[in-house]
Ligand binder design. Structure first.
Ligand code: ADP
Ligand code: ASP
Ligand code: MG
Length: 418
C-alpha cells in the first residue's frame, strides 16, 4: 500500500480538485490511502470563527455563511449534472457546527477550537471522495477521528500509537482506495482533537507506519524540498535526495515544506518519503530515505519569522546557574513556548521562542519577578545549513542587526531584528 497526501494548496479551488484526479490517473492510485487537508485557507477561516464565538459573535454567522458559500461554489464548479446530494451533505455539516455553538457549555478555548476546526477536513474529504467516485475513481471515505486516537491535549494532541494501530488495522484493507483526513483525531471520549497546524503530513506518516506502506508521497506546490523557501528567495535549488536526518534537521529549523513530526515514524520503518509537485507530477521531486547522500550538497537557507527573543539576566548580578535555567524552562513549558535557540553566559540567558499560543504576556509577568527581562518581538531566525563563506557573506551584507549568533561546523543560526 502507498500513502498520498494532498495539502490545502493542492485543493484550494475546483481546478485544484480536478487536478488531483489528473495526478491520480497519471501516477496510478491502486491500493492507495489518500490523506487530505482542508481546502485552501479553510483552517484559518475556522480559526477566525472560533475567535468570533469566544470574543464577539456579532460577525460569526456571516463568517459561517461565507465559508459555506466557498464550499458550495466549489461543488457547483465541479459537477456538470445534479449535485444536490453532496451540497446537502455539506450543509448538514454546517448545521452540526451551528448546533455545536448553540449547545456548547465548555469555556475551554482549545477544546472548542478542535471541535470546530476539525470540520474543515471533514468537509473537504466529503467533497473530494464524492467527486472521485463521480469521476470513476472508486474510493471509501474514512473518518480519521475513529482511527487516529490521541490524548486530550487539544490543538496539539499526542498520538496513542497502540490504540490507533488497532483501529487502523481493523478498518483498512490494503486492497482498496481510501480517502481520509489529515490533521484530526479524537480523544478517549471521542471528542475531536487536532495534531497541530500543518499536521496533515504527520497524519500521512502515521497511517504509513501502521500500514507498513511502501512509500509516502506528499504533493506540494513546489518541485520538492528546495534549498530555500521560494517565498523569500528568488533562486532556489531542488534537493533531489536527502537522508531522513537531513530532512528532520531542515524541518526542525523551520523548512515548512515538511511538518517536523512527519519524519520520525517514517524513518523508524525506513519508509521513503517523496515530496513532489502536483503541478508537474511527471517530475520525481525529492526522495527522503535512509542514509541517502544529499544531492546536491548546497547551503540551505531557512527563515522563521515572527519569533520572540527573550534576554534574561539576574536581578543582583548573580550567576545564572542550573537551578535558574531549569526554572526558566519550566515556565517556557508551562506557557507552551517552542524553544528555537538558547544561549547563556555567566549572568545572562537568551532564548528565542515561537509564541504559538499567544502566552507571551503571562510568561513575561512570571519571569519579571526573578529576572531582568528584555523582550524583542517580531524578530527573524535565520538558519543556514551547510554554510560556506559565500552564504555567510549574503547574511552579513544584508543584515547589520544581529541580536544573537550561534554556529557549529555545519549550521549557523542568527536572530535578526529585521
Ligand atoms: P500544503 O499544501 O501541504 O499545506 P505547505 O504550504 O505547507 O503545503 O508547504 C509548501 C510550501 O512550503 C511551499 O509553497 C513553500 O512556500 C514552503 N517552503 C518553505 N520552505 C521550503 C523549502 N525548503 N522547499 C520547498 N518549499 C518550502
Ligand atoms: N488544515 C490544517 C492546517 O491548515 C492541517 C494541514 O493542512 O496540514 O493547518
Ligand atoms: Mg498546509
Amino acid at each position: 500500500m502507498k500513502v498520498f497526501k494532498f495539502g490545502g494548496a493542492s485543493v484550494k479551488d475546483a481546478e485544484g480538485i480536478k487536478n488531483v484526479i489528473k495526478v491520480l490517473k497519471e501516477v496510478g492510485y491502486n491500493e492507495t490511502l489518500i490523506v487530505v487537508s482542508a481546502f485552501g485557507k479553510t483552517t484559518n477561516a475556522l480559526e477566525q470563527i472560533v475567535r468570533e464565538y469566544m470574543e464577539d459573535s456579532s460577525n460569526m454567522q456571516n463568517s459561517i455563511l461565507k465559508l459555506l458559500k466557498f464550499h458550495l461554489d466549489i461543488i457547483n464548479k465541479l459537477y456538470d449534472s445534479d449535485y444536490t446530494f453532496i451540497a446537502l451533505e455539506i450543509q448538514k455539516i454546517f448545521e452540526e457546527l451551528k448546533h455545536f455553538f448553540q449547545t456548547n457549555k465548555s469555556p475551554d478555548y482549545n477544546f472548542i477550537y478542535d471541535q470546530v476546526v476539525s470540520l474543515g477536513e471533514i468537509i473537504s474529504t466529503t467533497i473530494l471522495s464524492n467527486y472521485l467516485n463521480y469521476s470513476g475513481i472508486n474510493n471509501i471515505w474514512l473518518d480519521a477521528r475513529k482511527l487516529i486516537k490521541t490524548d486530550n491535549y487539544y490543538r496539539d494532541a499526542n498520538l496513542n500509537w497502540e490504540l490507533s494501530k488497532e483501529k487502523i488495522l481493523i478498518n483498512i484493507d490494503i486492497k482498496n482506495v481510501y480517502i481520509t483526513q489529515g490533521f484530526i483525531g479524537s480523544d478517549n471520549n471521542n471528542f475531536s482533537t487536532t495534531l497541530g497546524r500543518e499536521g496533515s503530513d504527520y497524519s500521512a506518516a502515521i497511517f504509513a507506519y501502521v500500514l507498513n506502506a511502501e512509500f509516502v508521497t506528499i504533493w506540494k506546490d513546489v518541485d520538492g524540498v528546495l534549498n530555500a523557501d521560494p517565498r523569500y528567495f528568488k533562486k532556489t535549488i531542488l534537493l533531489n535526495r536527502i537522508s531522513y536526518q537531513e530532512a528532520i534537521e531542515l524541518a526542525f529549523y523551520g523548512a515548512s515544506v515538511i511538518h517536523p513530526k512527519t519524519l520520525q515514524p517514517l524513518q523508524r520503518k525506513e519508509i521513503p518519503l517523496n515530496v513532489r509537485s502536483f503541478l508537474n507530477p511527471s517530475k520525481k521531486g525529492t526522495i527522503v530515505s535512509k542514509g541517502a547522500k544529499m544531492k546536491p550538497i548546497v547551503p540551505c537557507f531557512i527563515i522563521k519569522k515572527n519569533q520572540v527573543l527573550l534576554r534574561l539576566s539576574s536581578l543582583d548580578f548573580s550567576f545564572i546557574v542550573e537551578e535558574n535555567i531549569s526554572d526558566i524552562f519550566l515556565l517556557l513549558h508551562k506557557f507552551k513556548m517552542r524553544v528555537e535557540l538558547i544561549q547563556n553566559s555567566a549572568i545572562s540567558f537568551s532564548v528565542c521562542v515561537s509564541n504559538k499560543y499567544d502566552n507571551l504576556d503571562e510568561l513575561e509577568y512570571n519571569l519579571r519577578s526573578k529576572y531582568n527581562v528584555n523582550v524583542y518581538e517580531g524578530v527573524t531566525l535565520r538558519t543556514i545549513r551547510h554554510f560556506n563563506s559565500t552564504s555567510l557573506k549574503s547574511i552579513n551584507k544584508n543584515n547589520s542587526n544581529i541580536l544573537l549568533e550561534q554556529r557549529d561546523q555545519n549550521t549557523i543560526q542568527l536572530v535578526l531584528d529585521e
